[in-house]
Every structure is written in structure tokens, then in C-alpha cells.
Design a protein around this ligand. Sequence first.
Ligand SMILES: N[C@@H](CCC(=O)N[C@@H](CS)C(=O)NCC(=O)O)C(=O)O
Length: 250
Amino acid sequence: MSARYHVIGNYLSPYVRKVLVVLETKGLGYTIDPIAPFVGDEEFTRLSPLRRIPVLIDGERVVNDSSVICQYLEERHPEVPLYPADIGDRAQARWLEEYADAYLGDVVIWGMFFQQGVKRFLFGEPTDEAVVRRAREEHLPRALDYLESLLPAEGFLFGAPSIADISIGSFFRNATYVRYQIDAQRWPRAAAFVERVFALPAFSRLATFEVSIMRTPLPEQRALLADLGAPLGEHPLRMGSPRRSMMRIE
Ligand SMILES: N[C@@H](CCC(=O)N[C@@H](CS)C(=O)NCC(=O)O)C(=O)O
């Protein structure tokens, strides 16, 4: 597989995972610079004006935002379609992608994964337990009630796996990393659905890298990933000192 594409982004980001799953499912060659966005240097700011991952580099072209990137890859490589053919279904798939990126992103990433991991390990700040509790006990159940009402009992949302399945599954993967298990009694469809998504070949391949770096300090992650055969690019961005997200203005 020759590497046309280069991805800047860490394996533990659900937004990066979306892009990697799309690349892998379409059989496209890529290299990766698995940086954490909070420690990106000035070159990272130049490539990603909001200092967010993922970034896709395609020759001279820089593409930001996971949804824009996935759409870009779909339009360039429509052979293995990851968006439904029907226009109405396609709109619904994009809505579910947006629902996952926006709401599950806020709840699972900022309310749980950041609070329970990144905040302590990278910024040395305590977890806000009230935020975590609200995320786990109010917001995630609300999201699961909604998803349970529309997820299929078998298979995927629109027949073959699509961007909607990938997006929803990607955020629930991060939820498992902060020990959140969907209650299969209360949300049987959602619980079974995410397991089906996790079993997709691209999801399982990437999980090896994700699990390996989970408890590894940032400066050691690259060597570990190299040992595991991750497709690392040759010129990694330099790490700066941790900076808070420029998107959280509170
Ligand atoms: N809408 C963006 C969101 C990307 C995003 O929030 N990525 C997180 C990593 S999980 C990030 O880079 N956060 C760093 C920050 O907000 O400073 C996308 O879909 O790519």
C-alpha cells in the first residue's frame, strides 16, 4: 500500500479514528503523525488553525475537520462508498455523524475522556467529578435513548457500514476507555450495535495501537507505535508545552 495521504492526529481521538477507519476501509495508503493536539507547535497551528486533530495532508492540500476529510476521501475514492446512495439516507447519515461529533463529542470527550484522563495527566489538574457525573448519568443516557430509537436490531444503519455507523462507534470506543459500558438491559440495540461496529476490521486493527498508548507518556508513544508497526510518517511535528484548547472559551 503506497502512502498518498498523511494524517496528523492521535490514535485515541474519535475524530482521528473516523478518518483512519475511512482510509483503511477504502484501502488507501497513509502515514500518521500521532501527536496530541494540546502540545502541537507553531507548525501545527499553521496546519490546523483551530489546533485540532485530525488534519489530512494530500500533497500540497491541507484538509481540516474529520467530517470534511471523510467527505473529501469519499469524493476522491467513491469505489468503496461510505455514504448511502439514497439522498434522504445520506442526509440522515450526515446528521448522525454531526450528532456524534457534536453531542457525543461534548459528552464523551470533554465530559469524560478529557476529565478523567487528559486533564490530570497532561495538565496536572483534578477531575471535575460533577461534570463526569452529569456526562455519565444525564447526557449519555439521553443520547442512548435517542440512538436506541433508531439503531437497527441487526446489521448497520443503512445496509453496508457507513459514515454514520463509524462516527457513532468511534465515540463509544472512547467511552470504553473510561470504563463506560452500555447497559444492554436498558439499551439492547445500542449495546449490540456498538459491538458490531467495534468488530469491523478497521476498528479492531486500530484498537491495538489505541490500547498500547493509553497509559504511555506522550514522548514514549512514537517508539512504541513504531515497534507495533504503525505507519508513522518521517517528519513528526515537534512537541511544545501543553496549551488549553482555543475552542473552549469558558
Ligand atoms: N470538528 C472537529 C473536532 C476535532 C476535535 O475536537 N479534536 C480534538 C481531539 S479529540 C482536538 O483536537 N482537541 C484539541 C483542542 O480542542 O484544543 C473534527 O471533526 O475534526
